[in-house]
Design a protein around this ligand. Structure first.
Ligand SMILES: NC(=O)c1ccc[n+]([C@@H]2O[C@H](COP(=O)([O-])OP(=O)(O)OC[C@H]3O[C@@H](n4cnc5c(N)ncnc54)[C@H](O)[C@@H]3O)[C@@H](O)[C@H]2O)c1
Length: 285
């Protein structure tokens, strides 16, 4: 099937960048967010971003006019879903809220409109009973910042048809992305699983006293050419976010994840990472 018009639900950090990237390539795009303040902020952000592209000579006035004409910010879900071929849900990471939104989406779109979720961890099959014709339901997992990061993970659960997966792969390529296809659902998909393995190993080395976190970062940056070691990266993504993920793993598997006590005590001390000036490293100096 051919994708012409796309609806992005959620205009936060991910949704706005996915929407703008899609409009750049150039698809017709609508965006909806339940929070009107977010939509206002999105409009200002988009204007600012595009003006910056012109100022830097990366886009012409004409290109920007085209992008603006293709991207419509909608204040109702009904308006945003009108005549769309693909829906990308990028709302808050809450299963109950996603379920309710995906149910509404299923009622409002054509039976062949593809429905995807950008969830970081929830597999699409969790919602297969909420969507009529789940063969069109899949994960489309972008990375942050979605305008810059090339990778998109397309996840084809058992309920999802090969045609849906193929169409999504083609759509990603058409929007300048480098997609990969997971033929089966797995918690964390590819990148977050690999990242988790690295993080677990890094924390174990520090927890057991084999070396300092600074030296683990030096090792990964200089021995593996990672742009940032795992602890520095963790400061950037937020220590509190890591604790949330660890709590979920603890709950699911009943076993304390490696380095759990270290991360928990950092959160208790308010060392949440770069956003507050202190995490593993001190950013106040
Ligand atoms: N931030 C990341 O690094 C990242 C990376 C990949 C995937 N994701 C996933 O993308 C999704 C969005 O994450 P984000 O970082 O953009 O979050 P965010 O908090 O920046 O944005 C979420 C938006 O969802 C909106 N929202 C909440 N309930 C809604 C509803 N019922 N209808 C419409 N809009 C609603 C909120 O108003 C908010 O603007 C999550 O599932 C997250 O796991 C995030």
């Amino acid at each position: 099937m051919e994708i012409r018009k796309v609806c992005v639900i959620g205009g936060g950090a991910m949704g706005r960048q996915i929407a703008l990237n899609t409009a750049i390539y150039p698809f017709e795009v609508t965006v909806f967010d339940a929070n009107p303040a977010c939509l206002e902020d999105l409009a200002a952000w988009e204007k600012n971003y595009l003006a910056g592209r012109i100022a830097k000579g990366r886009m012409t006035e004409e290109q920007v006019a085209g992008i603006k004409a293709r991207l419509t910010i909608c204040d109702t879900l009904e308006a945003a879903l009108k005549d769309v071929d693909l829906v990308i849900e990028a709302i808050v990471e809450r299963e109950d809220i996603k379920r309710s939104v995906l149910k509404q989406v299923s009622d409002l779109v054509r039976p062949d409109t593809l429905i995807t979720t950008n969830s970081s961890r929830m597999v699409a099959s969790l919602f297969k009973n909420d969507v009529a014709n789940p063969s069109r339901l899949a994960n489309l997992h972008y990375f942050n910042p979605a305008l810059v990061m090339k990778l998109v993970e397309v996840v084809k659960g058992e309920h999802c048809s090969q045609e849906t997966a193929n169409t999504l792969m083609e759509f990603c390529k058409a929007t300048g992305k480098t997609p990969i296809l997971l033929n089966r659902e797995v918690d964390g998909f590819v990148v977050n699983r690999i990242l988790q393995a690295i993080n677990d190993e890094a924390r174990w080395l520090v927890q057991e006293g084999y070396c300092s976190y600074e030296d683990v970062d030096i090792a990964c940056e200089n021995g593996l050419s990672h742009p940032m070691g795992p602890f520095r990266l963790n400061d950037l993504t937020g220590i509190d976010v890591t604790l949330n993920v660890m709590d979920r793993r603890y709950e699911m598997f009943g076993e304390k994840p490696i380095g759990y006590d270290m991360i928990k005590s950092m959160v208790e001390e308010g060392r949440l990472g770069k956003k507050v000036g202190r995490g593993f490293y001190d950013y106040t100096k």
